[in-house]
Design a protein around this ligand. Structure first.
Ligand SMILES: Cc1ncc(Cn2c(C)c(CCOP(=O)(O)OP(=O)(O)O)sc2=O)c(N)n1
Ligand SMILES: [Ca+2]
Length: 525
């Protein structure tokens, strides 16, 4: 007899889902027992860190990990970072434990009431099968839904007395089935977009995270070069869709209506690919686009194309659309536009400017390093100083929810052992996921964590100014000793105040193969 547990591990094996991130409770033990040797279980000490690690792993590998969480409180603890997972379209499959099926109605200890509702709306799909006989198929459905564009996290809650029951005579059909996603931009849509771009005098590209997520960066470069078009990254980027070292790269668009409209005003055709139009953040009302500009939007997400307030949209696979447009548009010959330069910040006594930190990291990290960033007030400094040349070089909290960065860096490094991961984390953000350091030490995952310690919630000080909000309570973060905290979790660490010491520490960290934390004293202006 094949049990449901055995059939489910067969399903996971069939889909390559042999990495499990988790934090267990009593309800999960009959699923985790006799853990198969070809699977690896990565323990996180808080479910928020578990989810963020899994999210980073899913984005960096393109492979769905399984997340095994305890019922109710365990699943609830993971939800703080779930908005990022949803916005990142990250295909994480969560298996939440549940009390014995016949006792849930009595609301017994560690039962999850309304288990399927709990993770909504922070899930692409969530269910608790109505009977043990539907567990295998429900998990297969969760895997397929998570991986069909637009990808996203799914949840299945399973009572623990289901695992030992028989899987039934049709289990092999469920385990063996394959599901293929849509693969092509319609020919007539290709012709329409090509005609618009060829007719434009000054086209511009705005690229989003789905370009990087679908490994279409090289085709984005081909299209930009063929059009001789400047390239902007869509606001609030969670991934890097275009090489920052490329002469056509212009930077990241500001997250407000007027700022974007001004920067795009000299372009009569704006092609947005793989990003929502647009993920504004700061309210600065105005005309969405200057007169004479037309926006064309290509997205793989029906909700993105439906909710955009302006522009003509096409639903299509991002990689196919870019590849075929790059071969279809007329080639142009024009020199790249000048990129606006910004003066480098000056260090102060015992405190560095963020520019110094990011320039040092960019100079000393391997040329294919991966950056996981959660340092909210220093984004412009990061994108101005850090060279990123390859697909999969940058990850950040897609919904701006703190607690992603530090643990996600651990998941990304697990997914990409050949490339070195650097986590650039604000001293405020670090506290939302600090427990991820323990997992890095426990499994010797060699992330270089750089904490930018400016002793404040810098982004909120800046937002306060923007909103003319005076008399705010303090946002200072004095006296947090990240060296002591890191050592407490088993990670070697040092504190640096000058560029010379920072460069020494980075050189040593990159030469080693152990996790290291560097507390870099910076200032916020
Ligand atoms: C889970 C969560 N809680 C609170 C916030 C609000 N928040 C907070 C608390 C920020 C301060 C981040 O401080 P930091 O030290 O990490 O970085 P900077 O000093 O560079 O801003 S930025 C921001 O949006 C959030 N985004 N996510
Ligand atoms: Ca800070």
């Amino acid at each position: 007899m094949t049990t449901i547990r055995e059939a489910v591990f067969g399903l996971l094996r069939r889909h390559g889902m042999t990495t499990v991130f988790g934090n267990p409770g009593s309800n999960e033990l009959l699923f985790l027992k006799d853990f198969p040797s070809e699977f690896r279980y990565i323990l996180g000490l808080h479910e928020g860190a578990v989810m963020a690690m899994a999210d980073g792993y899913a984005q960096a590998s393109g492979q769905s990990p399984l997340v095994s969480l305890h019922s109710a409180a365990g699943t609830g603890s993971s939800m703080g970072v779930l908005p990022n997972t949803v916005y990142a379209k990250s295909p994480v499959v969560v298996l939440s434990g549940q009390q014995v099926r016949d006792t849930v109605g009595q609301d017994v200890m560690v039962s999850s009431q309304e288990a399927a509702l709990l993770p909504r709306p922070l899930s692409k799909w969530s269910t608790e099968p109505l009977g043990a006989g539907d567990v295998l198929r429900s998990l297969a459905q969760a895997i397929h839904i998570a991986n069909l564009a637009p990808k996203g996290p799914t949840h299945v809650s399973v009572p623990y007395d289901d695992w030992e029951r028989e899987a039934g005579e049709n289990a092999d059909f469920t385990v063996g089935r394959a599901v293929a996603d849509a693969t092509a931009l319609a020919d007539r849509h290709l012709d329409e977009i090509t005609a618009s771009l060829d007719a434009a005098s000054h086209p511009v590209l705005v690229l989003g995270p789905e370009v990087d997520a679908t490994h279409a960066n090289d085709d984005a470069v081909r299209l930009a070069e063929r059009l001789a078009a400047p390239v902007w990254v869509a606001p609030s980027p969670a991934r890097c869709p275009f090489p920052t070292t490329h002469p056509l790269f212009q930077g990241v668009l500001p997250a407000n209506v007027v700022g974007i409209a001004q920067l795009l005003s000299r372009h009569d055709a704006v092609l947005v690919v793989g990003a929502p139009v647009f993920r504004y953040h700061h309210q600065h009302p105005g005309r969405y686009l200057a007169d004479g500009s037309r926006l064309i939007h290509i997205s793989n997400d029906p909700s993105e194309v439906a909710r955009a307030p302006f522009g003509d949209a096409y639903l299509a696979p991002i990689d196919d659309a870019l590849a075929r447009l790059a071969g279809n548009v007329q080639a142009r010959d024009a020199s790249p536009p000048p990129r606006s330069e910004r003066a480098a910040g000056i260090d102060r006594a015992n405190r560095m400017h963020p520019d110094t930190v990011f320039r040092a990291i960019s100079d000393l990290a391997p040329e294919d390093a991966i950056h996981v960033v959660e340092s909210t007030s220093t984004a412009e400094s990061f994108w101005s100083n850090v060279a990123m040349r390859h697909q999969g070089s940058f990850y950040s909290a897609a919904a701006g929810g703190l607690g992603f960065g530090l643990p996600a860096a651990v998941g990304v490094q697990l997914a990409q052992p050949e490339r070195r991961v650097v986590a650039e984390i604000g001293d405020g953000s670090a506290n939302f996921g600090l427990v991820g350091l323990w997992t890095a030490a426990r499994y010797r995952i060699p992330v270089t964590f750089v904490v930018l310690r400016n002793d404040t919630y810098g982004a909120l000080v800046s937002f306060g100014r923007r909103l003319s909000a005076t008399g705010l309570p303090g946002f200072e973060l004095p006296d947090i000793d990240f060296v002591q905290l890191a050592n407490g979790y088993g990670v070697a660490a040092e504190s640096v105040c000058t560029e010379a010491r920072l460069r020494e520490s980075l050189t040593k960290a990159f030469a080693g193969d152990e996790p290291v934390l560097i507390e870099a004293h910076t200032y916020y202006e």
